[in-house]
Design a protein. Structure first.
Length: 291
């Protein structure tokens, strides 16, 4: 007997099978858990750490990790666990803000440069972009913060001052590539405006590499914020920042190494997790990669 009368049952893959192989590796799953943990610490810091990170208790200074103070206390008796948890709020807020500002500026300038070309491309790509590339990003940020003074907004704009260049160059290359495709030429022939072509036809086709760059940019922003805070150019005391905690721990490396260990591990794991996710997204976006 034939199967002509039997209804066809559509094949539904398992939810895990719908994910690309690059996103199902142990490294990426571990990184996703870490990012979720840091995000939870940033959002629910008062709930997770019930101690005020700025509370000073000189009678309990330099305590080793114990049941009352899970990560111990620093030289002023402040709880290191609470300061590490609240440090995630600063690092994540700065990283997200820096990536958002850099991506928006880079997207606008990259679209203008890649779509219109000509003298606009010459000015933006050759002169402006190369001028910022000639200056090391961290030195530019240090000079900016040193001139305007420490603070959250100054820190964000200092890091975004050089961070937008990578997004602008990426967007410019993608826009120039997509602009030559037939569906863009057809939209232009039908009389579509430049803004409609960019927003409706080009932008959706360049979002994937932009998301990859944003994931890697999060790692760079976390590391840069920790560096500036370590140098005393981050948020002023008593704000809990991983970089400032590392700076405070310099004089107790040998007698109380736990003061250095926990914020250093937080910085390392946060940067590593965003790098893992960025690499996985880059592999997924690469047409030459296979599952």
């Amino acid at each position: 007997m034939g199967n002509a009368g039997l209804p066809e049952i559509p094949f539904r893959p398992r939810p895990s099978a719908r994910l690309p192989h690059a996103l199902r590796t142990p490294q990426v799953l571990f990184a996703a858990i870490l990012v979720a943990t840091f995000a939870a610490c940033a959002l629910f810091s008062p709930v997770i750490a019930r101690t005020n990170p700025a509370d000073i208790d000189l009678t309990h200074r330099l305590l080793s990790p114990c049941s009352q103070h899970w990560f111990g206390t620093d030289e002023l008796g402040r709880d290191i666990f609470a300061r590490t948890v609240y440090g995630a709020r600063i690092s994540m807020a700065v990283a997200i803000s820096v990536v958002a500002v850099s991506a928006i500026v880079g997207l606008v300038l990259g679209c203008i440069s890649g779509f219109y070309g000509g003298w606009l491309d010459t000015i933006l790509n050759i002169y402006v972009t190369n001028a910022f590339l000639a200056l090391p990003g961290i030195l530019l940020a240090i000079a900016f913060v040193a001139f305007l003074g420490p603070g959250l907004l100054n820190l964000i704009f200092a890091l975004a001052l050089s961070g937008w260049v990578a997004y602008a160059r990426l967007v410019r290359a993608q826009v120039m590539s997509v602009s030559r495709l037939e569906f863009v030429e057809s939209a232009r022939a039908l009389g579509a405006s430049d803004l409609r072509i960019l927003g409706r036809h080009i932008l959706p086709n360049i979002l994937q590499p932009l998301i990859v760059q944003a994931a890697v940019g999060m790692a760079s922003a976390v590391l840069a914020e920790a560096t500036l805070s370590f140098l005393g150019l981050g948020l002023p005391p008593p704000s809990a920042s991983w970089g400032a905690m590392l700076n405070d721990a310099r004089s107790h490396i040998f007698d109380a190494p736990y003061i250095l260990f926990f914020p250093a591990m937080a910085v390392m794991l946060c940067v590593l997790s965003f790098n893992f996710i960025g690499d996985a997204l880059g592999t997924m976006a690469d047409p030459r990669s296979t599952n």
